[in-house]
Design a protein around this ligand. Structure first.
Ligand code: AMP
Length: 191
């Protein structure tokens, strides 16, 4: 089963991605984590991504797409957390999957209202000290989501791949919900 996880910053994508990959035995890639790791290690990729990640802007499509394309060529049964984030990335993914003869089975959208996102991200900053969780950068990230990433909702809805999840509930309730939806999708794939 091949799945994409979409949601605004603070929706709980990272936490639920961990749950899904364990529960359904999926290979996971979290683009945000990968960038943060590379920035920490000051790698070539980290140097290229640093200024974008720290200001809350998207890393240029080409850099992200190359990274994902490499990863997909050696992974099956996956969960993409944080990719695609633009229509251009979604179209590149379509091309990559066509050329690798792979199929996308589902796109999970975790929905959370904006006021709750800001509250959660500010709380997270106190604990994790992520450099992009300060109030100004949070707003840039939410605006970027609304202007760019949210366009994916219609894109994948038209393809009949979108499943919406209410992300305002507790972590465990969201997980239960996701599990039910993915079990149904898995059944359909196997039939
Ligand atoms: P996240 O951990 O998913 O919130 O991502 C943190 C940051 O990494 C984002 O604000 C972007 O700067 C960068 N990033 C992660 N995924 C992507 C992507 N698919 N395209 C462009 N930038 C990304």
């Amino acid at each position: 089963m091949n799945v994409i996880l979409v949601g605004p910053p603070g929706a709980g994508k990272g936490t639920q991605a961990e749950f899904i990959s364990n529960e359904f035995n999926l290979n996971k890639i979290s683009t945000g984590d990968l960038f943060r790791e590379n920035i920490k290690n000051n790698s070539e990729l980290g140097k290229k991504a640093n200024e974008y990640v720290n200001s809350g802007k998207l890393v240029p499509d080409q850099i992200v797409t190359e990274m994902i394309s490499d990863w997909l060529s050696s992974n099956n049964n996956w969960l993409l957390d944080g990719f695609p984030r633009t229509i251009k990335q979604a179209k590149s993914l379509d091309n990559i999957l066509n050329s690798q003869k792979k199929i996308l089975n589902s796109v999970l959208l975790i929905e959370v209202p904006n006021h709750l996102l800001v509250k959660r991200l500010l709380e997270r900053q106190k604990i994790e000290k992520r450099s992009d969780d300060d109030p100004q950068t949070i707003q840039v990230r939410i605006d970027t989501y609304e202007q760019e990433t949210s366009l994916l909702i219609e894109y994948y809805n038209k393809l009949g791949l979108l499943t919406k999840i209410n992300g305002s509930q507790s972590i465990s309730d969201v997980s239960v919900n996701i599990e039910k939806k993915l079990l149904n999708i898995k059944k359909k794939i196997n039939n």
